[in-house]
Ligand binder design. Structure first.
Ligand SMILES: [Zn+2]
Length: 160
């Protein structure tokens, strides 16, 4: 599958450029780089100006042509230049594709959440495997809990 085709199908209107697509065994590895402008600090919302470096994330993505898809996304790490902000650096997020602390793309997260709402843990996990989507029971259950909350209490949210 060509990089242009992958970009058109998976990332329409999203600020990424797809580079190499490696078609190895049953996983399609899609290399992508963010083309978004400087992001804002997640804590103080100040617009970033200085790049700290590049950073590669691996995101599970929705399947294509019966293949699991893994996105190797290159994003920038920025400095937060606001002196009063306790955060020194942060990694940019690509709107519509990546979210903080999430290993799934935004698109895949939406699909998994829908499945988790409709099916119980085991059938949901089986369906995901069959459809080549990376998700275990625990991960599916976690999607049913309210969107991730940052802070020390987040780990215990929802009990169980
Ligand atoms: Zn900041």
């Amino acid at each position: 599958m060509s990089s242009k085709a992958v970009e058109a199908v998976l990332f329409p209107g999203i600020d990424v450029r797809v580079g190499r697509v490696s078609d190895s065994s049953d996983v399609l590895v899609v290399e992508a780089v963010s083309t978004a402008g400087p992001g804002r600090c997640p804590d103080c919302r100040k617009q970033a100006r200085r790049i700290h470096g590049m950073y590669q994330r691996s995101l599970d993505e929705r399947p294509l042509a019966s293949r699991r898809v893994m996105v190797r996304l290159r994003v920038r790490r920025y400095f937060c230049d606001r002196n009063s902000c306790s955060r020194k650096t942060f990694v940019e997020q690509v709107a519509g594709l990546s979210e903080r602390r999430r290993r799934s793309s935004t698109g895949l997260t939406g699909w998994l959440r829908s499945i988790a709402i409709e099916l119980d843990g085991r059938p949901a996990a089986r369906l995901c495997r069959r459809l080549r989507m990376a998700a275990g029971r625990t991960r599916l259950l976690r999607l049913l809990v309210a969107p991730a909350v940052s802070g020390p209490c987040a780990a215990g949210a929802g009990g169980g």
